[in-house]
Write a protein that binds this ligand. Structure first.
Ligand code: GLU
Length: 411
């Protein structure tokens, strides 16, 4: 299924509940602007390499466009379009004053040198610098992109527009970044998981968790849940997956990943399993924290976890979502579960504009407060309207965007 079809199905379910008119649905589904550009660079070898870059600016009814920039070989316009719309609903669910956008470059960052990635990033900025900025559209990291790349973006943007740290978020702390931004998505996933467990009347200590993906989000989620006395029983990335029923030593796992360029292959603190086995492992909470579309109609029936937390964007396809729902599996949707990242991005942007810096405690406190509030609103709506958490989250997000559209007026 195409990524944009999947997000559209989820949107339609909420639009139905909200009784939105056909014309409003059409407006909300249509991106404001979609850009595709050529990024040509000279490789370290002197060879010419050409990549395709995208930025989809979906909706700015509630504020400047906001969303990450993804570097992955499979990035295409349809995926970016779908991810951009998810950002619109995500910023609205947590009620931060932004719209939604997403960018991407079809590139395999692991096959490029750091210098080549810098050239690609700066060239991309050269091409689209007039289309983004602190009050217009603010990129941030996503899969395959790092704080260092955000520093390059800020620096390159500044060459055209002057000092503008708020033109991009997720920057290194030493370069106008925010303490706590790096951990924020994982922290949010962890804290929302605990909230959901409590709401479902489940005990937190000893909860058995399986995490698919061990990048920025997976690592910080694992750390947070370990500190909350959950047991990480399985974990995996593209290079390998591991299982240990008594709980994996997370600190050992983090040390292994750090020593091996972030890769899990070769870890000896658990039995090797396949990726399919990881998704079907006997656990209490399953957290897909990597690519989209990993739980499909073909494997949804094999998911044994009663709870799925969507740390990744769009990891569960709609058909799979229906299968999980029919089996009573509770899914915490991406637009709420992983909203910690963009929420901390908002804090970074606010501080960049004020030329002021908060401490880590304040960042964490505000983040927990905002996510906790959004969780309660989604939970209440889900209970009062008897709809799944995903539909409730979409109702909240889509409803707020629709309302802002009407308030702003269409002339
Ligand atoms: N890429 C992250 C997301 O999908 C963060 C976006 C941001 O901070 O703007 O939510």
């Amino acid at each position: 299924m195409r990524a944009s079809d999947a997000t559209r199905i989820y949107f339609d379910r909420a639009a139905e509940q909200l009784d939105l008119s056909e014309s409003m649905r059409r407006l909300l589904l249509t991106a404001k602007r979609e850009v595709q550009v050529q990024i040509a660079i000279e490789r370290d070898s002197g060879e010419l390499a050409t990549f395709i870059g995208y930025r989809v600016q979906h909706n700015d009814a509630r504020g400047p466009l906001k969303g990450g920039l993804r570097y992955h070989p499979q990035v295409d316009l349809d995926e970016v379009r779908s991810l951009a719309s998810l950002m619109t609903w995500k910023t609205a669910v947590v009620d931060i004053p932004y719209g939604g956008a997403k960018g991407g470059v079809a590139i395999d960052p692991s096959a490029c040198s750091l210098r080549e990635l810098e050239r690609v990033t700066r060239k991309f900025v050269d091409t689209i610098h007039d289309l983004f900025g602190p009050d217009v559209d603010i990129p941030a990291p996503d899969m395959g992109t790092t704080p260092d790349m955000m520093a390059w973006i800020m620096n390159q943007y500044g060459k055209y527009h002057g000092f503008s740290p708020a033109c991009v978020t997720g920057k290194p702390v030493e370069y106008h970044g925010l303490p706590g931004r790096d951990e924020a998505t994982g922290r949010g996933v962890g804290s929302l998981t605990l909230k959901l467990l409590s709401r479902l009347g489940r005990k937190i200590p000893g909860t058995r968790v399986a995490i698919q993906g061990f990048g920025n989000v997976g690592t910080h989620t694992a750390k947070y849940l370990r500190d909350a006395e959950c047991k990480i029983v399985a974990v995996g990335d593209a290079t390998g997956a591991f299982h240990r029923a008594e709980g994996i030593d997370v600190l050992e796992l983090l040390r292994h990943a750090r020593a091996n360029a972030g890769r899990l292959a070769g870890f000896t603190g658990g039995d090797t399993i396949s990726n399919a086995e990881l998704l079907a492992i006997d656990c209490d909470v399953l957290i897909p924290a990597a690519l989209g579309g990993v739980i499909t109609a073909a494997n949804a029936a094999s998911v044994r976890s009663p709870i799925v937390i969507e740390a990744a964007n769009a990891p569960v396809e709609p058909d799979a979502d229906d299968i999980l729902a029919s089996r009573g599996v509770v899914v915490l949707p991406d637009i709420l579960a992983n909203a910690g990242g963009v929420t901390a991005s908002w804090f970074e942007w606010v501080q960049n504009r004020q030329h002021y810096q908060w401490g880590l405690d304040r960042v964490r406190g505000e983040l927990d407060r905002i996510l906790g509030q959004a969780f309660e609103q989604v939970w209440q709506l889900s209970t009062s309207r008897q709809v799944p958490l995903r539909t409730a989250a979409y109702m909240l997000g889509v409803g707020r965007v629709a309302r802002a559209t009407v308030l702003g007026g269409i002339t």
